[in-house]
Design a protein around this ligand. Structure first.
Ligand SMILES: NC(=O)c1ccc[n+]([C@@H]2O[C@H](COP(=O)([O-])OP(=O)(O)OC[C@H]3O[C@@H](n4cnc5c(N)ncnc54)[C@H](OP(=O)(O)O)[C@@H]3O)[C@@H](O)[C@H]2O)c1
Length: 353
C-alpha cells in the first residue's frame, strides 16, 4: 500500500474491490435502509469524479460542501439557497454541517430540505449551538437530544451520517458517546456513524472498529493524518472526509490573519514556503494556482473520498469543481509537497481541529 499519494488507477481498483465486497451481502440491507430514509436513489449527472465512501453504499462526488463558513460568517438565507441549489444542480451530493455551526443546519434545511433525496447529509453532535459552539456535552442523553434538534433544523427524518464532533480520546474511551450514535443508528435517525477529529483520538476512532467514517484535517499545512490515519482507515474500509481541505486559503493574507482559526496554518505556510503559494503565484486562479494545487493535493491522498471546502460564495463550488477536474497533481509536485513538510514540520504540528 503506498504511503503517500494514490493514483486514479489505485482508486479505481479500491472502488472495484469495495463494490465487489458490498455486492456479496451488505448492500441489500443498506439499500433497504436507504429507501426508508430517502437518501439519493441514483447519482445525478456530474462532471466530477465519484468515489465509494469506505464500505458504505454511498457514491460521493469528490467535492462536497463544508457548512461551517455559512454559519460562522452569518451568510443570509438567499445567498445560501443560491449557493446550495446551484451546486446541487452542478453535481454536489455531500453536505456536511454540525449542530454548533450557528445557523448552518437551519440554513441548509431551508435552502435544500425539499431536495433531500438528491444529496447525502452529514452532521455532527456534541457541541451546543448556543454561542456558536461554546459548550459540549458527550453524555448519551445529550447527544441523542442534539441529533433530534439537528433533524428538525435540517427538515429531515434521518441523516446519512452523524459524527462525534471532535471529542477527546478520553471521552471516546469512556464509550457513552459512541453508544449514543449506535442508538441513533438503531432508531433509524442516521444510516452511518463517524468521528470527526484528529491525531491520537482519530487513530483510536479508526482502531476501535465502531465507526463507518472519519472526518479529519488534510491539507498542505496539515499533513499529520497522511501517515497516521489514512492507510489504516483505507485498510478498515472507513469513509474519509477531508476537512479544511484548502487550508483555509491562508495564502490570501499578506500579514497574520485576525481570524485566530486561520492563524496556525498561516504561520506554518510562512515556514513551508511553497513556491505556488508565495509572492505573485498566490494570484493564480487556475488549477495550478494555490487553490487548485491545495485541493488536488488533498483529493489525491490515499483513501480520501470527499473534500468538503467551506464557502459563503454562490459560485465557489462550481469554480472549485472545475479546478478539481484537472485531477491528481504531477507526482514530482506532490512528492515535493510531502518532502517539504517532512523537512520543515515541527513535532507540535499536529492535526488542527
Ligand atoms: N472539527 C471538525 O469537525 C471540523 C473542523 C473544521 C472544519 N470542519 C468541516 O470542514 C469544512 C471545511 O473547513 P473550513 O471551511 O474551515 O476550511 P477550508 O474549506 O479549507 O477553507 C474555507 C475557506 O477557503 C476559501 N476558499 C474556498 N475556495 C477558494 C478558492 N478557490 N480560492 C480562494 N479561497 C477559497 C473560502 O472563502 P470564500 O468564502 O471566499 O470561498 C473559505 O474562507 C467546514 O465547513 C466543516 O464542515 C470540521
Amino acid at each position: 500500500m503506498p504511503r503517500s499519494g494514490t493514483s486514479r488507477r489505485d482508486f479505481l481498483q479500491r472502488a472495484a474491490t469495495t463494490t465487489a465486497a458490498l455486492s456479496l451481502g451488505s448492500i441489500g440491507s443498506l439499500g433497504r435502509l436507504r429507501a426508508q430514509v430517502g437518501a439519493p436513489a441514483a447519482a445525478p449527472a456530474s462532471p466530477l469524479e465519484r468515489r465509494r465512501f469506505g464500505r458504505t453504499d454511498m457514491e460521493v462526488a469528490l467535492l462536497g460542501f463544508g457548512g461551517a463558513e455559512i454559519g460562522f460568517e452569518r451568510a443570509d438565507a438567499t445567498t445560501v439557497a443560491k449557493l446550495l441549489n446551484g451546486a446541487l444542480d452542478a453535481g454536489l451530493n455531500v453536505v456536511d454541517t454540525a449542530e454548533c455551526y450557528v445557523e448552518s443546519e437551519a440554513l441548509i434545511g431551508a435552502a435544500i430540505g425539499h431536495r433531500r433525496k438528491e444529496f447525502f447529509l452529514f452532521t455532527k453532535c456534541g457541541h451546543f449551538v448556543e454561542g456558536g459552539g461554546g459548550g459540549a456535552d458527550w453524555s448519551k442523553a445529550a447527544l441523542l437530544r442534539s441529533i433530534e434538534r439537528s433533524l428538525e433544523r435540517l427538515k429531515t427524518d434521518a441523516v446519512d451520517l452523524v459524527q462525534l464532533h471532535s471529542c477527546s480520546l478520553e471521552e471516546l474511551r469512556k464509550g457513552d458517546c459512541i453508544e449514543a450514535l449506535e442508538e441513533a443508528r438503531k432508531q433509524g435517525k442516521t444510516r452511518f456513524i463517524g468521528y470527526s477529529g484528529d491525531s491520537a483520538a482519530a487513530r483510536h476512532a479508526i482502531e476501535c472498529g465502531r465507526f463507518d467514517a472519519l472526518q479529519t484535517s488534510i491539507n498542505l499545512c496539515d499533513q499529520e493524518s497522511i501517515d497516521l490515519l489514512l492507510p489504516l482507515a483505507a485498510e478498515k474500509g472507513i469513509g474519509v472526509i477531508a476537512k479544511r481541505p484548502i487550508a483555509n486559503a491562508v495564502w490570501r493574507h499578506d500579514a497574520a490573519p485576525s481570524n485566530g482559526y486561520h492563524l496556525e496554518y498561516w504561520k506554518r505556510l510562512q515556514e513551508l514556503r511553497y513556491e505556488f503559494a508565495s509572492g505573485e503565484a498566490r494570484k493564480r486562479e487556475d488549477a495550478d494556482g494555490p487553490a487548485g494545487v491545495a485541493m488536488r493535493f488533498t483529493a489525491m491522498q490515499q483513501g480520501v473520498d470527499v473534500v468538503i471546502v467551506g464557502t459563503t460564495k454562490p459560485d465557489r463550488w462550481k469554480q472549485n469543481a472545475e479546478l478539481l477536474k484537472a485531477g491528481p497533481l504531477p507526482t514530482a509536485l506532490a512528492d515535493s509537497i510531502r518532502a517539504r513538510w517532512k523537512a520543515v514540520a515541527k513535532s507540535d504540528w499536529s492535526g488542527q481541529t
